[in-house]
Design a protein around this ligand. Sequence first.
Ligand code: SF4
Length: 456
Amino acid sequence: MCGIAGIFGSEEASNLVYLCLYALQHRGQEGAGITSYDGKRLKIIKDFGLVSEVFSERKKFNYLRGEIAIGHVRYSTHGESSFINIQPLTFSYKNYHIAISHNGNLINLKSLKRELEDRGAIFQTTSDTEFIVHLMAQSKGDIIEERLINALRKVEGAYSLLIMVNDKLIAVRDKYGFRPLCMGKLGNAVVFASETCALDLIGAEYERDVNPGEMIIVDKSGLRSIQFEEPRPHYCIFEYVYFSRPDSRIFGEYVDKTRRKLGKNLAIESPVDDADIVFSIPDSSNTTALGYAQKANLQYEIGLIRNHYVGRTFIHPQQMIRDFSVKVKFNPIGGVIKGKKVVIVDDSIVRGTTLRKLVNLIKKEEPKEIHIRIGSPPIRYPCYYGMDFPSQNELIAYKRSISEIKEYLDVDSLEYLSVEGLLKSMSLPPEQFCTACFTGKYIEPIREYKRSKEEI
Ligand code: SF4
């Protein structure tokens, strides 16, 4: 997963992109980068780390001059974790200076790579994003938009893109619109971002989403739109379940509102008789738990404190320190939990290992009973469209039934929201959503795919 942002038409372009990336930090913590165009050449700063770490010095912004800039926060889904893969990726070709930020995942790379290399392409990265630039360079077309459209017609998969070509800013979304991408205005400047929380931070006004299959081009002559492919909306429902920020509006609806509905439907489907309290596994489950508590007429409590200074993944080479990983992140509040029949709401279970450790921690505070409720169905299938799930074998629900997962977690009960309950919580019709990781129903047959971080 990744987050992208871009500004056209502001002297503060790189500063504003930096702020947008701050708001999008939850979408990727592995690396960050900003590229600006100063009228002659591209300027780029990128590195491993959080946005605040990569852009800690003021002089970096003096370097990133220009009225047009794009940025990226990375969580690798394709391509190994190396410096060359941190985005934006930049290229020079003929008279074009190209920078590209990508959120999504392309899936037909094997055959494309063979085709491109046979025609002389030399790859600089192991990122799927680079394919788009090679395809653009080898496409026919007098103007860059034509070349880009020709390139995009050859790729399969998910892409929300921001591309700077000299003094043009281009925003594109694949025909299914798997990943969100919105557009706003800040005075005369045009802003694009993965989520509306980035627009809110810089005071930009939300205009609309970039439509599935649409390309928006912004340059000195203004803004124009090309619907280059027939839209077939198939939005990633997992963005609502877990990934997007609750204060964002994606796919036409607030994430917070949708998560509350998930919680309400979960409470209707799977009540817990005579429970004392409900609490969430912070932060992504907070509003789902609130929805559950409201519908079940139960007291909503804060039962776990999360340390916000730990990233989404806590990795340490020493086993002794790794054993503390869940404790570093969460601490249960004994006074809230002791002697109570508790309902714990989580958004999803992927491997189940973290939740099991967490249950053990909570048990030390001596609750009377523990009932786990999950605000989405069991994840049984891989995602090919940019969500970095582990391999199918590592998904706990792939080989285990719900009662076996309950045994593994060692809790009094475990229930998931049904697929029907999930879809009922949405504001758009069911056919407009991808639910493949829950149902195995992919919009198109997956003909070729390599799992993330493997060599193409
Ligand atoms: S498979 Fe799941 S995570 Fe991937 S796009 Fe579809 S709903 Fe989203």
